[in-house]
Design a protein around this ligand. Structure first.
Ligand code: AMP
Length: 398
């Protein structure tokens, strides 16, 4: 059975075709600059054959046409017809409090995803456009499944997801914590339970998804107890360009001083803050790390701040769960930054954490980075959100 996985944004469309017999990726690719001049598709088959071409893509429909050509007709083709595709799984950013799990897409679901666009204006409307274009291209016989970044966090208790604002804003506008990266947190925590040889219901795990966007989740009894991202993915701790949590008064004060609208201030917090804002060098941790090594004081400060904030979130979730059995790092930074992991391990020595410094040198590899006698086991598990989406899709269409 082959599952096609789609991650669509307003101007891009990432995809993978996965053979679920062996969970191997047959092909993956990206349509970029949809709706903009210079649209292009880059497609790669598992055996290394590639197909890249510039072709007009005024809408997602043309992008899907290009994908179908790449999959079926190009020099890097991997199937003979799209009859071979059993189902299509879509990554959806915001499922609100409506979607507590993945579901088959029908007209009502599309309307609900569209309505939730008020909370994810950059993502949900694009998902709906892409799904409609996908149905048009692949036909309505192929089942389509929605997998939400927020679903995994729907188990949070009200004491974790409510904001201490006047209650009417929750009632009127559903302002509360929803979290994000849920598919990744679920994927790596499931894997850690296997590595620990325990039932999911019998283990306390802290998952650290550290990439350009970062979030940390506390998972107890197999479900999310709390997570660092909030009403939007701006919440939590500093990321590539996002500020994470700060005193809201600092925001209103700056907005008043600089005569900025709420929307302009929001853009500053989302796009000009975090590692970029502090270092003034880059949003990319590799660049900031290199600048810090070269003696750039602001880059050093950015690295120190981010590590300290990650440590504090881990600490608070250990307390919230009254302990922790395993901690896992994933995402571009979590998988590839041994120094950050070393800092965290060193500062958890009060729990008896003992790092295996040889294992910790690995990058991008599933590995336990603590010794056999460590008080808490710490792992690196590369995330695979596409595979998680494909598994959910398969489970629903079976
Ligand atoms: P992601 O959003 O998961 O793709 O992660 C992107 C982030 O991972 C960027 O900040 C990269 O700098 C960071 N990253 C990727 N590779 C490395 C590496 N080898 N060392 C440190 N950070 C890395």
């Amino acid at each position: 059975m082959k599952i096609f996985v789609v991650n669509a944004g307003s101007s891009s469309l990432k995809y993978q075709l996965i053979d679920m017999e062996n969970e191997q990726v047959l092909a993956k690719g990206l349509c970029d600059r949809i709706g903009i001049e210079g649209s292009l598709i880059s497609h790669k088959a598992a055996d290394g054959r590639e197909y890249r071409t510039e072709t007009p893509m005024p809408t997602h429909s043309e992008a899907f046409e290009a994908v179908v050509y790449a999959l079926i007709n190009s020099d890097a083709k991997v199937i003979d017809s799209f009859d071979e595709i059993s189902a299509i799984g879509h990554r959806i950013v915001q499922g609100g409090a409506i979607f507590k799990g993945s579901c088959l897409i029908d007209e009502k679901v599309l309307e609900q995803i569209s309505d939730l666009g008020v909370m994810a204006p950059l993502h949900n409307p694009a998902h709906v456009l892409a799904i409609r274009a996908c149905i048009k291209t692949f036909g309505s016989e192929i089942p389509q499944v929605a997998v939400f970044d927020t679903s995994f966090h729907q188990t949070m208790p009200a004491k974790a997801y409510m904001y201490p604002l006047p209650y009417e804003y929750y009632e009127k506008y559903q302002v509360r914590k929803y979290g994000a990266h849920g598919t990744s947190h679920r994927f790596v925590s499931d894997r850690v339970a296997v590595l620990e040889g325990k039932e999911k219901s019998d283990i306390k795990i802290i998952t650290c998804h550290l990439g350009n966007g970062c979030s940390i989740t506390a998972i107890k009894d197999g479900v999310c107890l709390d997570t660092s991202m909030g009403f939007t993915p701006l919440d939590g701790f500093m990321m590539g360009t996002r500020s994470g949590t700060i005193d809201p008064s600092a925001i209103t004060y700056i907005a008043e001083k600089e005569n900025l609208t709420p929307a302009e201030m929001n853009t500053i917090c989302n796009k000009k803050s975090g590692m970029l804002g502090i270092s003034g060098v880059s949003n990319d941790n590799r660049d900031v790390g290199a600048a810090a090594e070269a003696g750039n004081e602001r880059a050093k400060l950015a690295v120190d701040m981010q590590r300290y904030e990650i440590l504090k979130f881990i600490g608070s979730y250990i307390t919230a769960m009254n302990g922790v059995d395993a901690i896992v790092f994933t995402g571009g930074i979590g998988e590839n930054d041994p120094e950050l992991r070393e800092y965290i391990c060193e500062n958890l020595s009060f729990l008896g954490v003992k790092m295996d410094s040889v294992a910790n040198k690995n990058r991008g590899k599933e590995i336990k980075i603590t010794t056999a006698d460590s008080g808490v086991n710490i792992y690196v598990v590369p995330t695979n959100e596409e595979l998680a989406i494909a598994r959910d899709t398969l489970a629903l269409v079976k």
